[in-house]
Design a protein around this ligand. Structure first.
Ligand code: 13P
Length: 258
């Protein structure tokens, strides 16, 4: 049985006291649960230290949502991998479609971010996924292959083994339109296949591939029950403690049914 991972991506939501309240209520709910599932909460960077403090008394990990492609220096407004680590982040989302689309992040920059995260002992959660027109044109495997190969396939086997992938079809993010379990499974199996071709069966099996895109308490169990779906990267539903915990429970059930 492979345990699941459920990661929350808060995006740019919550002020300081709201963030504290949500972290505390997640921690309190988790206190009563004996879990196999690993939980990661990716907060805005300004809340990382607080999240790390609260997580010490609980059983979730803390993640960031972005990192600079440069290690340090004159990059006003940027936050380095070393800073994230020193503030308590053990995970970091990279290449989210919102960053690719609104901030024009390139595969080349994403490859540098991944390298810096690994150097600083932070697990990258690397996002890939096609836009609606790419799905409709039937071109989506090619889009996803390029995203993964261009930003990750320079890594050697040992380093790739530390990466989490998240398949997030852009048309499903924040739209309420979820990929069906069949659609998710098809892409996840394809991703695992290209990892296997490059790094072999063991690495392919060990690599976590999460699904993200309007995943919620109602659809999580069906999605997580797919053979190649190893958990979820949750946006909107991670902003409400009960919803997030219900998704964690779905992950527990799915891995027990495996
Ligand atoms: P939603 O769950 O709000 O669709 O967001 C998914 C996402 O982008 C997680 O990174």
């Amino acid at each position: 049985m492979k345990n699941k991972i459920v990661a929350g991506n808060w995006k740019m939501n919550k002020n300081f006291s709201e963030a504290e309240e949500l972290l505390v209520s997640i921690a309190e709910s988790l206190d009563d649960m004996r879990l196999e599932t690993e939980i990661v909460v990716c907060t805005p960077s300004v809340y990382l230290e607080m999240a790390a403090d609260i997580s010490e008394e609980s059983n979730f990990y803390v993640g960031a949502q972005n990192v600079s492609y440069a290690p340090k220096g004159a990059y006003t407004g940027e936050i380095s991998a070393e800073m994230l680590k020193s503030a308590g982040a053990d995970f970091c989302i990279v290449g989210h479609s919102e960053r690719r689309n609104y901030f024009h992040e390139t595969d080349e920059e994403l490859a540098k971010k991944v390298d810096l995260l690994l150097e600083n002992d932070i697990v990258p959660i690397f996002c890939c996924g096609e836009k609606l027109e790419e799905r409709q044109s039937g071109n989506y495997f090619q889009v996803i292959d390029n995203q993964i190969k261009n930003a990750l396939f320079h890594l050697d086997k040992e380093h790739f083994d530390g990466i989490i992938l998240a398949y997030e079809p852009v048309w499903a993010i924040g739209t309420g339109l979820t990929a069906t379990p069949e659609q998710a499974q098809e892409v996840h199996a394809h991703i695992r296949r290209i990892i296997e071709e490059k790094y072999g069966t063991e690495v392919a099996y060990n690599t976590y591939i999460l699904y993200g895109g309007s995943c919620n308490a109602r659809n999580a169990l069906d999605l997580f029950s797919c053979q190649d779906v190893d958990g979820g990267l949750i946006g909107g539903a991670s902003l409400v403690a009960e919803d997030f915990i219900a998704i964690v429970n779905a992950a527990e059930t799915a891995s027990k049914n495996d």
